[in-house]
Design a protein around this ligand. Structure first.
Ligand code: HEM
Length: 421
């Protein structure tokens, strides 16, 4: 499987010299961040400075250094570029907030994401997914579009026990897509005030925020009659963050899982043998999921900023140094993986545990994904139900390119031909 833009170590050396000026590098980064990060990742150094315009960012690829930032020395870092705590809608939610606020909310909310609590949601999840799949039809289907709907429905029903159907669901999904696009553009902008002015684009954002906050308020108001414990747990949080937590969980909980499932179906449609094995053998199904998350990690980039001068690799980084950690890069480097561009689920079967921090599609350390177990359960159920109903074939021979927005999306969606079994 070809990787766009992969070049040699010499290109990396060259791009850090006069041949590519920092401003040119900035333009290239905006044009093809995936290819460019992968090229920088070829450098054997565990920390690679990247000059973009007048900024220097540090790409961390060494497992020990990734562990240092995400886990061992986590107190020296905050969320970095693009992760904006001032965000008026979700700034106080789990994804963006910092200690001490973050610590309290994570401790309270995590109860509903522990393995036993997730197992309790299994039956409800299976029913919701089954009902969604009843609406799929045979033949050519844009599964990405359908999966966004499915995962949003699962998040709303299994996390909050909230009855949302039809137009209400569509409004929530449209609003969250609109918002994610806005957050993405804002995260790439080097002049944030542009995104606070009352221009049509920003007004569109505010109008998209309204249905979501309204929806979150309705979910909270209904907590006494909901069977989902999460709604009740929200009562223990400060009132100014309840809406942010609900919106965070809705947004973080559905788009990532929808993209992970889309990429998995894309790979399964192109690998019939793996598809047959995954249909009958749960170990293979898990291996397929792991391998799909390796090749197409929905959260392709994590960012941090140093709170004080820190030593990382052979560098002494100043305070406020922007740091990038990328599952996309680390999970595709030849020095860590055999045939890194190939889809080989068998590499996960009965293998010795991996060294830590080579593979981190759900992040790592204390800020790792709170929904990891839930997402795995949802993926397993969705894939096994799809595979029991249909045989998957690619609807076209064209390679689907990854589009690196906030989450790694299949460009133009994944189209699959579903043949009934
Ligand atoms: C395949 C699906 C998913 C992937 C690949 C994924 C990936 C990630 C990653 C990499 C992070 C860490 C971000 C960082 O360190 O900056 C994260 C955080 C988070 N995820 Fe997920 N996620 C998925 C599904 C979910 C689901 C289903 C939920 C909730 C229902 C969820 C909720 C969150 C939240 C709230 C955080 C912030 C946690 C914190 O900082 O305490 N995610 N996710």
């Amino acid at each position: 499987m070809a990787i766009r833009g992969i070049e040699t170590h010499d290109d990396v050396v060259m791009s850090n010299t006069l041949f590519l000026t920092p401003w040119y590098t900035l333009l290239k980064f905006h044009d093809d961040p995936l290819g460019m990060l992968l090229r920088y990742g070829q450098s054997p150094d565990p920390v690679v400075p990247i000059r973009l315009g007048r900024w220097t960012l540090y790409l961390v690829t060494g497992p020990a250094e990734v562990g240092q930032v995400l886990s061992r020395h986590v107190q020296h870092y905050h969320k970095g570029p693009g992760m904006d705590r001032q965000n008026p809608l979700i700034g106080t939610g789990l994804l963006l907030s910092e200690t001490p606020r973050w610590e309290t909310s994570r401790r309270i909310l995590k109860e509903e994401f522990l393995p036993a609590a997730v197992r309790e949601k299994q039956l409800r999840m299976r029913q919701t997914i089954g009902i969604q799949l009843d609406q799929w039809h045979d033949g050519k289907v844009n599964v990405t579009e359908q999966l966004v709907l499915l995962t949003a429905q699962v998040a709303i029903e299994t996390l909050f026990d909230f009855p949302a159907q039809g137009d209400a669901m569509t409004a929530v999904i449209d609003a969250s897509q609109e918002l994610m696009m806005f957050f993405y553009r804002r995260s790439r902008s080097f002049f944030r005030p542009l995104y606070s002015m009352p221009w049509p684009m920003n007004r569109k954002y505010w109008s998209a925020a309204k249905p979501l906050t309204g929806f979150a308020e309705r979910i909270y108001a209904r907590r006494a009659s909901a069977s989902a414990k999460l709604s009740a747990l929200l009562e223990h949080l400060p009132s100014d963050e309840r809406t942010a937590q609900i919106v965070t969980l809705l947004i973080a909980g559905h788009e990532t899982t929808a993209n992970a499932l889309s990429w998995t179906l894309y790979l399964l449609a192109r690998h019939q043998e793996a598809q047959n094995l995954a249909r009958t053998d749960p170990e293979w199904l898990d291996a397929v999921i792991q391998e799909s998350l390796r090749l197409y990690p929905p959260v392709w980039l994590l960012s941090r900023v140093s709170l004080e001068p820190v030593s990382l690799g052979s560098y002494r980084l100043p305070k406020d140094a922007p740091i990038l950690l990328s599952p996309w890069v680390n999970q595709r480097l030849e020095r860590y993986w055999d045939q890194p561009g190939e889809f080989l689920p068998e590499r996960w079967i009965k293998r010795a545990p991996l060294p830590p921090f080579l593979y981190f599609p759900f992040g790592a350390g204390q800020r790792s994904c709170i929904g990891e177990t839930l997402a795995h359960q949802e993926m397993r159920i969705t894939l096994s139900l799809i595979l029991s109903r249909w045989t998957l074939e690619p609807a076209s021979d064209d390679e689907v390119l990854p589009l690196p927005l906030l989450s790694l999306k299949p460009k133009n969606g994944v189209w699959i031909r579903l043949a009934p079994r």
